[in-house]
Ligand binder design. Structure first.
Ligand SMILES: C[S@@+](CC[C@H](N)C(=O)[O-])C[C@H]1O[C@@H](n2cnc3c(N)ncnc32)[C@H](O)[C@@H]1O
Length: 217
């Protein structure tokens, strides 16, 4: 099994299941044109986020880690009528590109991009959020999880991306700070009696990784 095959299957899934959306495609183009990394969720993953938001009837969504707003737009498409999404981004250039992409998608009124390190902007938020998507610096995932629980209610869903890290998550002695971040995050999630959680491994155009999903009890 190879990256080539995973990408081909992701393309097959996208062709079958995901309608063309000019604003989403332009968001990826503008992100690349701005020299930003190609680390947004895949189209299939973006649609999964939208479906989860729709299933929850989400009226308030929080995202930590915006990049060019690709996952933001998918999530915002899953908001219930009149719902709002706040997305937190540390890099002002990323936030600027995201704001343009979000406006182009017609979501200016539904989405707010807050610029600054998430650890500094999180204390200023008013919960509860129905869905919280964690997708910023992996070292801070334990802190983001603690904030996510504080900003939730019973039934809220917390989703965290890039938590398997090509399988390195099982290496206790890893010298990679990102791996240690997701390991500490998983230890916290597993020990927290307020949530019921699982981890789903994924392969696809984004390689081998995974999502953690935690539901507040
Ligand atoms: C993986 S990208 C987000 C991808 C985006 N969610 C998507 O799928 O389209 C991570 C983003 O988190 C931002 N970031 C990194 N550290 C951060 C921090 N401490 N606070 C807020 N954002 C941060 C990065 O600048 C980057 O834009």
């Amino acid at each position: 099994m190879s990256q080539e095959l995973w990408t081909a299957v992701d393309n097959f899934i996208a062709d079958l299941m995901i309608s063309r959306d000019e604003a989403l495609e332009e968001a990826l183009r503008a992100t690349a044109d701005a020299g930003m990394p190609a680390i947004a969720v895949s189209p299939a993953q973006g649609k999964m986020l939208m479906l989860l938001a729709q299933s929850l009837g989400a009226r308030k969504i929080l995202e930590i880690g915006t990049l060019g707003g690709y996952s933001t737009i998918w999530l915002a498409h899953g908001l219930a009528a009149g719902g709002r999404l706040i997305t937190l981004e540390a890099d002002p250039k990323h936030a600027e590109v995201a704001q343009r992409n979000i406006a182009r998608a017609g979501l200016r009124d539904a989405v707010e991009v807050r610029v600054g390190k998430a650890i500094e902007t999180l204390p200023g938020l008013d919960g509860p959020f129905d869905l919280i998507f964690i997708d910023a610096d992996k070292v801070s995932y334990p802190e983001y999880f603690s904030w996510a629980v504080k900003l939730s209610r019973a039934g809220s869903l917390i989703i965290a991306d890039n938590v398997v890290r090509k399988g390195a998550v099982i290496e206790p002695d890893s010298s990679d700070a990102n791996v240690q971040g997701v390991r500490r995050f998983h230890a916290l999630v597993a020990a927290d009696k307020r949530v019921s959680a699982t981890v789903i491994q994924t392969v696809g155009s984004k390689g081998y990784d995974g999502f953690t999903m935690a539901r507040i009890l």
